[in-house]
Design a protein around this ligand. Structure first.
Ligand code: AMP
Ligand code: ZN
Length: 114
């Protein structure tokens, strides 16, 4: 989509720091990290959020989780643990409307009752 920030990143029109790439999925560093390691994983197909993705192309979800597995199992994240998050809509805090998963780690994470 021409007005989508993450589509522009996929097209190389906006710079990003790549950490993972395959034919279907792109992973890059979050510009404003919430933890020592904070990456974003996006599919090359544009959908606006996970529910839109589930309506349009459920295979994309498997592609994304497969990519995150390949990435994390080749790093210390798999030894120490990490968190995968996706935000939906205003109350969820979604700010970029191209489905993405946050991969957070590199230190002890807080929240969710801890
Ligand atoms: P969300 O708030 O869940 O929609 O997540 C959007 C994320 O994109 C935020 O964590 C931002 O810090 C991140 N972000 C915004 N612009 C860029 C960019 N140009 N490069 C990397 N990450 C970005
Ligand atoms: Zn997009």
């Amino acid at each position: 989509m021409s007005d989508c920030l993450f589509c522009k990143i996929l097209e190389g029109k906006i710079p990003s720091t790549k950490v993972y790439e395959d034919d279907l999925v792109y992973g890059f560093k979050d510009i404003a990290p919430h933890s020592k390691e904070h990456y974003l994983f996006i599919h090359r197909n544009h959908t606006k959020d996970v529910n839109d993705l589930m309506d349009k192309s459920q295979q994309d979800l498997l592609d994304l989780f497969s990519a995150m597995k390949k990435f994390t199992e080749n790093s210390d994240l798999s030894n120490n643990g990490f968190r995968i998050v996706t935000n939906m809509g205003p109350h969820g805090g979604q700010t970029v409307f191209h489905t993405h998963f946050h991969v957070l780690g590199g230190e002890q994470l807080r929240g969710f009752g801890r």
